[in-house]
Design a protein around this ligand. Structure first.
Ligand SMILES: Cc1cc2nc3c(=O)[nH]c(=O)nc-3n(C[C@H](O)[C@H](O)[C@H](O)COP(=O)(O)OP(=O)(O)OC[C@H]3O[C@@H](n4cnc5c(N)ncnc54)[C@H](O)[C@@H]3O)c2cc1C
Length: 467
C-alpha cells in the first residue's frame, strides 16, 4: 500500500509530536508512523520534567529571577564536558518562548516552587531545583530553579504527551500506529524521499520530500550499548523498552553520521533527600561528592568513576526527616550502632566508614564540608545508629540490577535537525530530533534536558522539513 505526504515523522514521542505539530501547523500534510500500538514512547513514561529558564513566565510567577546567560553557564558545565555550544545557546535563548509554546499546547504548570530535593516531587508544584544551587555550579552561575513540571503529582510524562499528541492531531497530523519504519527510500541524487514500513506483516510504502526520525535512543539494543556505552552493560535501562536505535541505524544507512554516542544518563536508586541528610560512599567507604547535587550527577560520578557498589549512609534523624512515601520503598541493608558491624555488612575495608564518619562529623561541626562542599544547610554530625542502604538495590523492592540509564548520543544534526553526512553536509530530506539525534549534551545530563531539547529541536526539525 502506498501513502503520500509532505512530511513523514517516524516515532511519536515528545520529539516526534513537536515536529509533527510544527510541520502540520505550517500547512504540511503530515503522517506520523509509530511502531507501538499508541503514541507516547519513553516520553509518556517519563517524569515530565522539562528544563527551561532564562526568565520563563512560570519562573516570574514564582518570583524567580533568571537570565539566559546564567542558564547557559549552568548547563554548559552540568552537561559537559563538551556540550554542543551552538545548540545549547539557541536552546537557552529560546527557552522562555518554548515554555509558552508548551502552555499553548495545553500543558498545565502550577506557579509554585518545590523546595525539597527529589527525583520526582510528590506534589503538583510547577518548578523545582535541579542542582543549580549546589557546588561547583554555585561558583559558575547565579542559581535559579529551572525544572518545569506539568501540574500532576509524581510523573508528568503522560500528561505532557497527551497534550502534545492531541495538539498534533488537532492540526491534522495523521497517526499510523503499529507501523514500524524499516528502511529509508532515496532518489538517484541520494535525497531521502520516503520510508519503507511494515504493519502487521504488510509492507507499506510512504513517500514525502522530508522525513523526521524521532525514534528515541538505543538503550534497549544490547549490541549498540556494548559498542558505545559499555558502562551501561549489566545495568537497568530507563526506557519504554523500544529504544532499539532503529532510527539511528536508518540514518546511518543513507550516509548520516553520529555524535556523542558514549554519553549516558545514569541513575542510582538513591533517595536524594536521604543522601543530603546523610552521605553517599563508594566501595571503600569513602565520600566522593557533595550529595546535594542533581542526583543524576552523583549517580554518573559513582558509576563511571568510583569503585562500586555504592551506598547511602544515614542516621536515624536523617531517615526520619524523609517521609516514608518519599523514601520510595528503599530499605537498609543493615542498621547498627556499631560501625565495624556495618563495615562488614557492606564489605568496606575495616575502619574506613568510621574514618569517613569522623571526618564528616568534624567538618559538620565546623560548618564547612571542606573537600566536597555540600551546602552547610545539610551539614550536621551523624549519630548512631546508622543505616547503610545499597544504592543499586532498586526502588520499591524492584530488586537488584545495578543502576539504570538511557543514551544521549545519536545522529549528528545541524541546528534545524538536518542529518549531516561525513562532510558535515545535510542529507537532503532527512531530519532527526530527540534521542535519535545528538542534542545539547556533552558527557553530562540534567533531568529535563531530554524532553526539553527533544521538543525544542523537534519543533525546529518539523519547521525545517516543511521548507
Ligand atoms: C521513567 C523515565 C523517566 C524520565 N524522566 C524524564 C524527565 O523527567 N525529563 C526528561 O527530560 N527526560 C526524562 N526521561 C527521558 C526521556 O523520557 C526520553 O529521553 C525522551 O522521552 C525521548 O524522547 P524521544 O521523542 O526521543 O523518544 P520516545 O519518547 O521514546 O519516542 C520514540 C517513539 O518512536 C517509536 N519508534 C521507535 N522505533 C521506531 C520505528 N522504527 N518506526 C516507528 N516508530 C518507532 C517508539 O515506539 C516511540 O514511541 C525519562 C525516561 C523514563 C523512561
Amino acid at each position: 500500500m502506498r501513502f503520500d505526504a509532505d512530511v513523514l515523522v517516524v516515532g511519536l514521542g515528545c520529539a516526534g509530536a513537536a515536529a509533527a505539530f510544527e510541520a502540520a501547523a505550517a500547512g504540511a500534510r503530515v503522517i506520523a508512523l509509530e511502531a507501538a500500538g499508541g503514541p507516547g514512547g519513553s516520553s509518556a513514561l517519563s517524569g515530565g520534567e522539562v528544563y527551561l529558564g532564562g526568565g520563563t513566565d512560570l519562573q516570574h510567577a514564582c518570583g524567580v529571577e533568571d537570565d539566559t546567560e546564567q542558564m547557559f553557564r549552568y548547563l554548559h558545565q552540568a552537561l559537559g564536558p563538551h556540550p554542543d555550544d551552538a545548540k545549547l545557546r539557541l536552546y537557552c535563548e529560546g527557552s522562555p518562548e518554548h515554555y509558552r509554546w508548551l502552555v499553548e499546547r495545553g500543558v498545565p504548570f502550577k506557579p509554585s516552587l518545590y523546595q525539597g530535593v527529589s527525583w520526582l516531587p510528590p506534589t503538583e508544584d510547577g518548578l523545582m531545583w535541579l542542582g543549580e544551587n549546589a557546588w561547583p555550579f554555585t561558583e559558575t552561575a547565579v542559581p535559579a530553579p529551572r525544572g518545569h513540571r506539568p501540574a500532576t503529582p509524581g510523573s508528568g510524562g503522560q500528561l505532557l504527551m497527551e497534550c502534545l499528541v492531541a495538539s498534533a492531531r488537532g492540526v491534522g497530523v495523521e497517526v499510523h500506529t503499529d507501523t514500524r519504519a524499516r528502511g529509508l527510500v532515496t532518489d538517484a541524487s541520494g535525497a531521502v524521499v520516503g520510508v519503507r514500513a511494515r504493519r502487521f506483516g504488510e509492507e507499506l510504502s510512504y513517500h514525502a520530500p522530508a522525513v523526521v526520525l524521532s525514534t528515541g535512543g538505543f538503550a534497549d539494543e544490547e549490541s549498540m550499548v556494548a559498542d558505545h556505552v559499555p558502562a551501561l552493560v549489566g545495568h537497568r535501562r530507563v526506557s519504554d523498552g523500544r529504544d532499539d536505535g532503529s532510527g539511528i541505524r536508518l540514518g546511518l544507512s543513507v550516509g548520516g553520521t553520529v555524535r556523542r554516542m558514549s554519553a549516558t544518563q545514569i541513575a542510582l536508586s538513591v533517595v536524594p533527600a536521604l543522601a543530603c541528610h546523610g552521605m553517599i560512599v563508594n566501595a571503600r567507604g569513602e565520600r566522593f561528592v557533595n550529595e546535594d547535587v542533581y542526583p543524576g550527577r552523583f549517580s554518573q560520578i559513582a558509576v563511571l568513576h568510583q569503585p562500586g557498589p555504592w551506598f547511602t549512609v544515614v542516621d536515624e534523624q536523617g531517615w526520619e526527616a524523609v517521609p516514608e512515601a518519599e523514601r520510595w520503598g528503599v530499605q537498609p541493608l543493615a542498621v547498627s550502632e556499631d560501625v565495624a558491624e556495618l563495615e562488614v555488612a557492606a564489605g568496606f575495608p575495616a575502619g574506613s566508614l568510621a574514618a569517613t564518619l569522623a571526618r564528616y562529623g568534624a567538618d559538620a561541626a565546623a560548618g564547612a564540608d571542606r573537600v566536597h562542599h555540600k551546602d552547610p544547610r545539610w551539614l550536621r554530625p551523624l549519630r548512631a545508629p546508622y543505616a547503610v542502604i545499597d544504592a543499586t538495590a532498586g526502588f520499591g523492592g524492584s530488586g537488584p540490577g545495578g543502576a539504570s540509564g538511557f543514551t544521549l548520543g545519536g545522529l549528528r544534526t545541524d541546528l534545524d535537525g538536518a542529518v549531516l553526512d561525513a562532510q558535515e553536509r545535510p542529507i537532503q530530506g532527512l531530519y532527526a530530533a530527540g534521542r535519535a539525534a545528538s542534542g545539547i549534551h556533552g558527557a553530562g545530563y540534567v533531568s529535563g534536558t531530554s524532553l526539553g531539547d527533544g521538543t525544542f529541536f523537534g519543533r525546529r526539525a518539523g519547521r525545517a522539513a516543511t521548507r
